[in-house]
Design a protein around this ligand. Structure first.
Ligand code: HEC
Ligand code: HEC
Length: 243
């Protein structure tokens, strides 16, 4: 099963990294490393089995609690099986979280994505930025924070697809060919006329749908910013611009 495999791969990454860390620091005798792995193992095992047995969200749609229980708990958890990795802020440890909460959720997502000292990138998982944000909010909100995590399907700011990506994925389908009567990219006059409405009004047209054009060009998970980026890109292709 794909899910089960991707989870155990992610955990293998964590174990390898904590092993490498123990050797790299030179201060941990090998028994310590084995003990850490021993302590991670039972938790990881139980949680993975639990996650696979429930209707947990697919990768990309996991809740903060789901990702935490699959991955982050191995180090950030407080249970007897959780590893005592140096400097790890445990869930509920307000003193350890306070300075981290202070930098804001966006920065914490960047930091967790890149990894930091004994924290492997993404905690060793295949989490998306949105899932990391949810798991961080899940942990930090039990430790003094009041973060609002992105809801399922919601994209976090700064993580938008470019206008070019959206246009190529969706908009060109009609606007390159004129399908369904769409104004073609090559028809500069048609776009100049539409452009006079202004970007905000055009974005509203695309978001709601307009004539034969379905709402958001038919891509329901497109954010409003992505819609605007795509419109601006279409106008650039036309050789015009819109404000
Ligand atoms: C292998 C152990 C390990 C796992 C698994 C792990 N972390 Fe961490 N994490 C750490 C350690 C250690 C730190 C402290 C790093 C430091 O400040 O030196 C940390 C710090 C953090 C921080 C604070 C970063 C900062 O800039 O101060 C965040 C946020 C975080 N982890 C999120 C997560 C999330 C989300 C997951 C699960 C997807 C996760 N961690 C899984 C070990 C782990
Ligand atoms: C299924 C075909 C189709 C797709 C896909 C599509 N469009 Fe359209 N679009 C149309 C049609 C048809 C019109 C003309 C509607 C009318 O004026 O009756 C239109 C009109 C527009 C307009 C002018 C709206 C107005 O108020 O005059 C803009 C701007 C636009 N599209 C942008 C986009 C963007 C951006 C995308 C991609 C996210 C996109 N379209 C995807 C068919 C499509």
């Amino acid at each position: 099963m794909f899910r089960r495999r991707s989870v155990s791969l992610a955990l293998a990454g964590v174990l390898t990294l904590s092993g490498a860390l123990a050797f790299g620091m030179g201060s941990h005798p090998p028994e310590d490393e084995a003990a850490v792995i021993e302590r991670i193992k039972p938790v990881a095992h139980v949680e993975v089995a639990g996650a696979a047995g429930t209707a947990a969200g697919a990768v990309g749609n996991r809740s903060g609690e789901e990702l935490f229980k699959q991955v982050c708990v191995a180090c950030h958890g407080t249970g007897p099986g959780a590893a005592n990795v140096p400097n790890v802020p445990k869930v509920g440890d307000k003193a350890a979280w306070a300075p981290r909460i202070g930098v804001g959720l966006d920065m914490l997502v960047k930091s967790a994505k890149a990894g930091k000292n004994a924290m492997p990138p993404k905690g060793g998982s295949d989490a998306t930025d949105e899932e990391l944000a949810r798991a961080i909010a899940y942990m930090a909100n039990q430790s003094g924070a009041n973060f609002k995590a992105p809801a399922a399907g919601e994209k976090i700011a700064g993580n938008e697809r470019s206008g070019e990506q959206i246009a190529k994925a969706v908009c060109f389908k009609c606007h390159a060919t004129g399908e369904k009567g769409a104004p073609k990219i090559s028809d500069k006059a048609a776009w100049a006329q539409r452009g006079s409405k202004g970007l905000d009004a055009l974005a509203t047209s695309v978001i709601r749908g307009h004539g034969n054009m379905p709402a958001r060009g038919g891509m329901a998970d497109m954010t409003d910013t992505e819609v605007k980026n795509a419109i601006a890109y279409l106008f650039k292709e036309v050789g015009s611009e819109v404000k």
